[in-house]
Design a protein around this ligand. Sequence first.
Ligand SMILES: [Zn+2]
Length: 149
Amino acid sequence: MLKYTNMGDLSEHFNHKDFICRCAVCKGKEFKIHLGLVGILEQVWEHFQKPIKVLQGFRCEEENEKEGKPQKSLHVLGKAVHVVIQDVSPPALIEYLRTLEDVRGIGFNVEDNSVHIDARRDVRVEWVREGKSRYVPLSPEKKQQYGLT
Ligand SMILES: [Zn+2]
């Protein structure tokens, strides 16, 4: 885990700016990012050979509270991202993520068609977020509903 105030690039394809908090309070001055997660994203990039856009990475505590998220959100710890990949559908991305051992949380965000990836330390969990904050397990029915099989 790294905590920086100022820095350059993190890896071949990622800059710290990809992960900073998007809120107007901290203005991205402070952030945390788990380098294991950056490593996972590099693997995903390598596999698809397509640019990955990070829609959300680190969330500062103020922003997290404002969004009404759990205090222990993995975003606050720098261990979670929401991404979209040009020309790669969420089902294709999710299928690949399942092959990566270090990926422990996989979520599909219906609202913006992005995929949540996290590097928590527990057993793998998969879910769908419907709307702003309705989390439902990724059951066979949900997979079918959103074409994620
Ligand atoms: Zn912030």
